[in-house]
Design a protein around this ligand. Structure first.
Ligand code: ZN
Length: 160
């Protein structure tokens, strides 16, 4: 036990005192309180985190009848198409990349026999075809965008 000075009245008091016997100032808060606040804080943080995760998974998750590989290939095809629409890549670059995705989807269908995989493949093929004709016949990019939106509806649950 040691003697300390009260921060208010400066009288010498024991360091085990919770309240100054002289001026009655509270020297130490109940030590359980900060732990309760910490617990409540962490609980709120976890709840917020779970809510955000749930919201994200609900709006951006793949349809239940689709597998992860098909979904990922579809998302890639979508981003390639968007790059083409935004003229970030050329027609031949876009088509080369889309062709590689189409053959991956073909191989995937051999093993998974999922009709959704075939359907996504048809969407990607039709995007590639319309890209070709839009450059040959000077079609507007709206035809590519139309096909792009078909693919988006296929792979994103919230757009179905
Ligand atoms: Zn005091």
């Amino acid at each position: 036990m040691a003697l300390i000075k009260c921060p208010k009245c400066e009288s010498e008091i024991s360091d085990t005192e919770k309240i100054c016997p002289n001026c009655k100032i509270v020297l130490r808060e109940n030590s359980k309180r900060p732990i309760i606040f910490l617990f409540v804080g962490i609980s709120i943080f976890i709840i917020v985190l779970l809510s955000v995760a749930f919201y994200m998974s609900d709006t951006k998750s793949m349809p239940t009848d689709m597998d992860t590989d098909t979904y990922n290939l579809g998302v890639s095809a979508l981003s390639i198409t968007d790059d083409f629409i935004d003229t970030k890549i050329t027609l031949s670059e876009a088509q080369t990349k889309l062709e590689s995705i189409t053959s991956s989807l073909d191989q995937l269908y051999v093993t998974n026999k999922n009709k959704v995989t075939l359907s996504v493949k048809e969407d990607v093929t039709s995007i590639s075809t319309i890209m070709q004709s839009s450059s040959t016949y000077k079609y507007t990019s709206s035809t590519v965008t139309e096909k792009r939106n078909l693919l988006a509806r296929e792979i994103y649950k919230d757009l179905r």
